[in-house]
Design a protein around this ligand. Sequence first.
Ligand SMILES: Cc1cc2nc3c(=O)[nH]c(=O)nc-3n(C[C@H](O)[C@H](O)[C@H](O)COP(=O)(O)O)c2cc1C
Length: 186
Amino acid sequence: MAEELKVLGVCGSLRKGSLNMAALRACKDLMPAGMSLNITHIDDLPMFNQDVFDAGIPEAPKRFRAEVLAADGVLIASPEYNFSLTAALKNAIDWASRPPNQSWQDKPVAIFSCSQGPLGGARVQYDLRRILGQLWAHVLPRPEVFIGAAPGKFADGKLSDEATRKFLTDLLAGFKPWIERMRLKK
Ligand SMILES: Cc1cc2nc3c(=O)[nH]c(=O)nc-3n(C[C@H](O)[C@H](O)[C@H](O)COP(=O)(O)O)c2cc1C
């Protein structure tokens, strides 16, 4: 039997009631067969400081770096803050980006965004692609999933919009062969 692909979920919002986190949780039930999702947290990462890194990586970033390194793929869900990444997400990416063991190297990544605005966070996705690309991560090109006007698509903290559920299902279905393809190239 083929080995199960382990995907790490990362949410760019630290908010308890985060809609991105709610959508990420919904993805657990939408995973294709043979792929599982484990959602991590980034709220305990200190602000990146090279001096701290050099003195010895603290436990939380050490954990996050190891999680990214061990994952077969990373699924990032994030809102757009002021047309770009949230500080929390950029900080997490930075912690995992420093050698040795640059954790994003050759890592298959899928992204989606959930934002209040009508574009659904399109701009954060293109900034993310630019940042992760130069770290040699392989970001799934399509399908793109932008969950716009997001507050109306959730009820009681859960994703309630069927069309959005379908978009996410298609994204995850596309992510599996992307991970397999990237593994073959190694
Ligand atoms: C600092 C800040 C900046 C924001 N900038 C944008 C933005 O540029 N575009 C947008 O669509 N929504 C923006 N929003 C609204 C977020 O999309 C909205 O709060 C969203 O629900 C946050 O995601 P979350 O529910 O996962 O926390 C911003 C919110 C904050 C707090």
